[in-house]
Design a protein around this ligand. Structure first.
Ligand SMILES: [Ca+2]
Length: 502
């Protein structure tokens, strides 16, 4: 975005046959595994729980493999495995699932474990209902069917679909067996000093009586990371003074989705999402900037619940004509800016949002909502899934863009909705598919623009590293400032954000 020139940047009981054919997906890894058609996307339910293990096979490991810090890892045989003729090592994780409501249906379960390295290694996941000794032998597991298998471990979190074996509340022990020779897989354990690397079991489910209800039991959410993979842009600490944030969110605007959201795209696996079905912003997923005044617009980014809130199944980002102080100056508007810096990032994927722009033909000058990505390293590169500036010259189209830097070296285009209408007439779907060779934009499911190495000489310099998400609504900037007719409050309403990989 030009305006940021100076910004710092269920249980479905499987048949035995289904279990045998179910292949592992290491989400985000290379496409070495196949997800069978019977596997539904994780996090498809209406409610969610994130659990930490109650026991595991923690071993304190000395620094090695180029790491400079001691780390506490998950392995049953760090001393013996080196002499194990089969080269095998097992890690075990025990979870106590006790918060699923009685009417939970469509339970999905995802085991997430962190690796410090990309490793080519055969991993087989098994589940034992109940307890299992930390040190398991091959014989003990001989009659336990694998849930999933994979041939590659990815640096970062690796995700295993264990939905087939989680059948409601109970105790579950999972084993991760590294069965390839001459490889060493070290997973972060539950005792690792960095909380944001520890294993977790993520459950999602629907409730039969109230499909969109919030969880009937308190969710155990993942604590915020204690360290960030990359430093976040440092917002100013000045708080708005003129605004008096209420402690309760305003009633969400009435919104009636205009179309059924599309199903999971073919060949893609859902790896992260927020359907905004709760009653507050999920801080395990999003940062909400507060007291930040950037140099290219007229508003203060604030975390007040008047400016960003969840309700009615949507996230609303609201711009207000309301004076506030940030970055040492008083500004005439408040607005909000959410990002996933330090929480979630992805290299390649499909990034999709279903949203309604506030922008009408005559009342939206100076209003600029956007959904976009920036690299974790803060360096070159930007991918704009959509920018939706208002005003008579802009309101009718979605802007797709990529940036190399902000001199600016960039490529962008403004695209009309393929089905007619304009972004402010209702909910529309904006998606960008990004891989090693191309970036493609889709509006309401139709391919509308493609960039690749033939169109963009700097593709390889900018687009092979992890990016995080940005969802914001700014007032003013290089495409114009509000005039007397600009309507406030202005609501950028987001039904969902979904990230897929393959
Ligand atoms: Ca929603």
């Amino acid at each position: 975005m030009l305006r940021r020139a100076h910004a710092p940047a269920h249980v479905r009981k499987p048949t035995p046959a289904a279990r045998r054919t179910r292949a592992l997906t290491i989400i985000g890894g290379t496409a070495t595994a196949i997800l069978t058609a019977s596997v539904l996307p994780i996090l498809a339910g209406d409610n969610g729980l994130s659990l930490r293990p109650v026991a595991d096979s923690t071993v304190t490991q000395v620094p090695q493999d180029g790491d400079t810090e001691a780390k506490t890892t998950l392995a049953s045989c760090p001393a013996l495995c080196d002499r194990n003729p089969r080269g095998r090592r097992d890690a075990t994780l025990k979870f106590a699932v006790d918060q699923l409501p009685a009417n939970a249906t469509d339970v999905r379960a995802k085991l997430r474990v962190y690796s410090w390295h990309d490793i080519t290694a055969r991993i087989v996941t098994r589940t034992v209902v109940g307890d299992l000794r930390a040190a398991v032998t091959a014989d003990q597991l001989a009659d336990v069917l694998p849930v999933q298998s994979a041939d590659r471990v990815r640096k970062g979190y690796n995700e295993f679909d264990v939905s087939a074996s989680v059948q409601g509340n109970g105790t579950y022990t999972f084993t991760l067996s590294q069965e390839s020779h001459n490889t060493r897989v070290y997973w972060a354990s539950r005792e690792n000093s960095r909380e944001n690397l520890r294993p977790e079991l993520v459950l999602s489910y629907s409730t039969s009586s109230k499909p969109t209800a919030t969880p009937t039991t308190p969710a155990v959410t993942m604590p915020p990371p204690t360290t960030s993979p990359t430093p976040a842009p440092k917002p100013t600490t000045t708080k708005p003074t003129s605004s008096k944030p209420s402690t309760t969110a305003p009633k969400p605007p009435p919104t009636s989705p205009t179309a059924t959201p599309p199903a999971v795209p073919k060949d893609w696996n859902l790896v992260w999402s927020d359907d905004f079905n709760g009653d507050s912003i999920d801080r395990s997923k999003w940062n909400v900037r507060d007291g930040e005044g950037r140099d290219i617009d007229l508003g203060c980014n604030v975390s007040s619940p008047k400016n960003s809130f969840v309700g009615g199944g949507n996230l609303t980002i609201r711009a207000l004509r309301q004076s506030a102080t940030c970055s040492g100056e008083t500004r005439p508007f408040t607005q909000a800016y959410l990002d996933t810096i330090g929480k979630h990032s992805w290299q390649y994927g499909r990034f999709e949002m279903r949203a309604k722009s506030p922008n009408k033909p005559d009342t939206s000058k100076g209003l600029w909502p956007a959904f976009w990505l920036r690299p974790n390293d803060g360096g070159n590169g930007e991918i704009d899934v959509t920018e939706l500036p208002g005003g008579k010259d802009w309101y009718g189209k979605s802007t797709a863009a990529i940036f190399y830097d902000y001199t600016p070296v960039k490529q962008d285009t403004r695209i009309a909705l393929p089905g007619g209408g304009y972004p402010g007439d209702g909910f529309h779907t904006y998606a960008t598919e990004w891989d090693a060779t191309s970036i493609k934009w889709y509006l309401d499911g139709k391919l509308v623009w493609t960039r690749d190495k033939s169109t963009t000489s700097w593709y390889d310099k900018a687009f092979h590293k992890p990016y995080n998400l940005r969802l914001n609504f700014q007032v003013g900037g290089w495409l114009g400032n509000p005039d007397a007719k600009t309507s406030f409050p202005a609501d950028f309403v987001v039904d969902y954000v979904k990230v897929y990989q393959r």
